[in-house]
Write a protein that binds this ligand. Structure first.
Ligand code: TA6
Length: 298
């Protein structure tokens, strides 16, 4: 059922807002290039499928869609911290942006046939209970033959602040054990699965166990070779200094009811500004970061 209050954002045959899982509003984009679903809760892209292709994103079929719970899969927007909070372990992992209802700011059909959806989130009393700063976040999702996301953080307060962010993308793959990630050869990383040891990547990443590699000063492109799925996915990032490659593997996934044996069918390749590469924003300034994902059959 289409949601009346978002009627002004509808573009007949191309964009509509309806009640999605858990009754949460979801923007559905259907154009000549692709289809995509974007939840206002977390500004969370849960689905993208180029015409003639397969879904690009992994989404747990037991993911909760409920206030206060993280949607497991798709593209979580992490802000203003990455991973566990540094001083308060009771605060949510990966920040607060993914637990908030974002505003739908605009929807546009572009002259080239792509569709652009803009969402925003401003600080309020609820965000300040976790993080005391005045901020505005904007996420622009462009749905075309590639999927593009642009995340802009602005300092709307009077003091400088420091933040981390991440587009924590879960890519669907045929079999993670037959998946390689190339493009990071020679890049230094923090190996979270080995007590944060500092290492340097040699060759491509071929996951064979729990992998939580945080590459600092990462190159702007990687390629995911999804051999079992018969495709490769190119990721491009700009304004993000780090790339995170993650899969929990069997033991860690078993502890998470939304993963269990489904860990085999995704790999996260995340664009981030985190750890050594956080961002400092002076009052009145902004930082913009973007990603583009393109899939090709092999
Ligand atoms: O980005 C990798 C990571 O920090 C992993 O260490 C893992 O704990 C995961 O993210 C958690 O993400 P989730 O979406 O499950 O909250």
């Amino acid at each position: 059922m289409q949601l009346k209050e978002y009627g002004t954002f509808a573009i007949p045959g191309q964009v509509f807002v309806e009640e999605g899982q858990g009754g949460l509003p979801v923007v559905k984009v259907r154009n000549s290039f692709a289809q995509a679903d974007i939840y206002l809760y977390g500004a969370h892209v849960t689905h993208y499928e180029p015409k003639g292709g397969k879904p690009l994103l992994w989404l747990s079929d037991t993911s909760p869609f409920a206030a206060g719970k993280a949607i497991r899969g798709g593209i979580p927007v992490c802000f203003p911290w990455f991973g566990p909070h540094r001083t308060n372990k009771d605060f949510p992992v990966h920040g607060i942006a993914r637990f908030r209802n974002w505003e739908l700011s605009s929807v546009a059909a572009q002259s080239d046939g792509r569709t652009r959806v803009a969402l925003s989130l401003a600080s309020d009393e609820a965000t300040k209970a976790f993080w005391p700063h005045d901020f505005i976040l904007e996420l622009i999702v462009t749905v075309g033959g590639s999927l593009e996301l642009e995340l802009t953080a602005s300092n709307a307060g009077r003091e400088p602040f420091l933040y981390e962010d991440c587009l924590h993308t879960y890519f669907a793959v045929g079999d993670v054990a037959k998946t390689g990630v190339s493009g990071l050869d020679g890049t230094g990383y923090i190996d979270r699965a080995a007590s944060d040891a500092r290492k340097v990547q040699t060759g491509k990443i071929a996951p064979a166990g729990e992998t939580v590699n945080i590459y600092m000063k990462a190159p702007s492109r990687t390629e995911i070779e999804d051999t079992a799925g018969g495709r490769k996915i190119r990721t491009e990032q700009c304004g993000f200094d780090s790339t995170v490659v993650w899969n929990p593997w069997e033991a860690a996934a078993a502890k998470n009811p939304e993963m269990t044996d489904r860990w085999k069918s995704f790999i996260c390749v995340e664009a981030a500004n985190c750890l050594d590469s956080n961002v400092v924003l002076l009052p009145g300034t902004s930082h913009r970061s973007s990603v583009r994902y393109t899939a090709e059959k092999i």
